[in-house]
Design a binder for this molecule. Structure first.
Ligand code: ATP
Ligand code: MG
Length: 351
């Protein structure tokens, strides 16, 4: 086939060549990220590549089918309930976006999930379409001991298996109120009692933290054994990380011996920049296996979804953003199941 000649002498295909080159870069980064993963862990990566022969619309439909038909793509439910704190004191790195989308993906695919919104901004509550006007039962009353966790939990309108304890603006003053309270750093831990969580019957609890290392984040670190750190694929991403890790180490040695960083998720990956690749490889070199192989791309659909009180999984299930959060959730579920199983074998052997 002959290439059509442009009028201005610049080959018409140049733009597309550049696009292809950058897409190639992303593909290389993704395939490098998935190399060595056990079969079935990253189902979607397969489908993204397998769908290459399809038209864009067919490709999108194939992705939506994966997101919305959980019966074909179930994720393992944890044998023991998992509680994860999503933290990074750096603002705007994707903590809330990751919390709600991972929660939605897990809930759509066979688990029951509770999101605890621990940020006075209430962004997670907004994204999940849960009422969080001042006076609504919320995490504020729970921390003050005026209400149990299950009393404050609301069911999200998009999924029966996705629950949220919202944050209202009342929470803004709570850091000061908590200071003078007894057990000020373990009030969330007390609230996340086995009884309350059994009543809610949840497999996962995801706690969305504010962008600070204050008393609210401390409560979250004391309440959960696992920490998930979202890291934005940008230049300053690693700055402040050592401070976060030092704090985690301090909490571990003084308040919560089981605390550990179980998961790092790279967010807002922009395949058109070399920088994103550099950050990705630097984080992988630093943190190794705890970094999920799935990387969340920068995507307009992901940022639009909260404006409609939705996660990207229901807002645009055919988008790459939805697909990548589904992948990340699956990876998290599979790794968690493997870790729990290994722990079980080890304790059986010790007996
Ligand atoms: P804060 O520290 O203020 O709580 P955060 O760490 O929770 O912020 P988010 O609110 O999740 O970060 O994300 C910050 C902004 O980036 C939001 O406007 C969000 O919509 C946008 N965003 C997050 N992830 C993506 C993505 N993958 N693609 C495009 N935009 C994104
Ligand atoms: Mg947030």
């Amino acid at each position: 086939m002959t290439e059509r000649q442009p009028r201005n002498g610049v080959p018409r295909e140049t733009g597309r060549h550049q696009e292809r080159a950058s897409a190639e870069k992303v593909r290389e980064a993704v395939s490098e990220a998935v190399s060595g993963v056990a079969p079935g862990v990253l189902g979607s990566t397969e489908s993204v590549f397998a769908a290459e022969g399809l038209t864009p619309i067919a490709e999108e439909a194939a992705r939506a089918a994966r997101v919305l038909h959980p019966e074909d793509h179930r994720m393992p439910r944890p044998s023991r309930r998992r509680v994860l704190t999503v933290a990074n004191q750096k603002g705007g790195v994707g903590k809330t976006t990751s919390t709600v989308n991972l929660a939605a993906a897990l809930a759509l695919h066979g688990s029951r999930v509770l999101v605890v919104d621990l940020d006075p901004q209430g962004n997670a509550s907004t994204a999940l379409g849960v009422d969080h006007r001042s006076g609504t039962p919320s995490i504020y009353e729970v921390l003050l001991g005026e209400m149990t966790l299950d009393e404050a939990a609301a069911v999200c309108n998009r999924s029966e298996d996705l629950l949220c304890v919202p944050a209202t603006i009342d929470l803004a003053g709570s850091e000061i109120e908590l200071v003078s309270m007894l057990n000020r750093e373990s009030r969330l831990k007390q609230a996340l009692s086995d009884d309350a969580l059994d009543r809610l019957d949840v497999d996962y609890v995801l706690i969305d933290c504010p962008p600070s290392l204050g008393l609210l984040t401390l409560n979250a670190m004391v309440a959960a054994p696992e920490i998930l750190i979202p890291i934005q694929c940008e230049y300053y991403a690693l700055e402040g990380l050592s401070q976060l890790l030092n704090n985690i180490a301090l909490v571990q040695s003084h308040l919560n011996p089981s605390l550990h960083v179980s998961t790092i998720l790279l967010t807002m990956y922009d395949g058109r920049t070399k920088l994103a690749d550099q950050v990705t490889s630097e984080v992988r070199t630093h943190f190794g296996e705890i970094v999920l192989r799935t990387v969340i791309p920068r995507s307009v659909k992901v940022s639009e979804a909260p404006g409609f009180g939705q996660t990207v999984l229901t807002y645009d299930p055919g988008s790459r953003g939805a697909m990548s959060y589904l992948d990340a959730a699956r990876e998290m579920a599979v790794r968690g199941a493997a870790t729990q199983q290994a722990g079980q074998y080890a304790s059986e052997e010790r007996r």
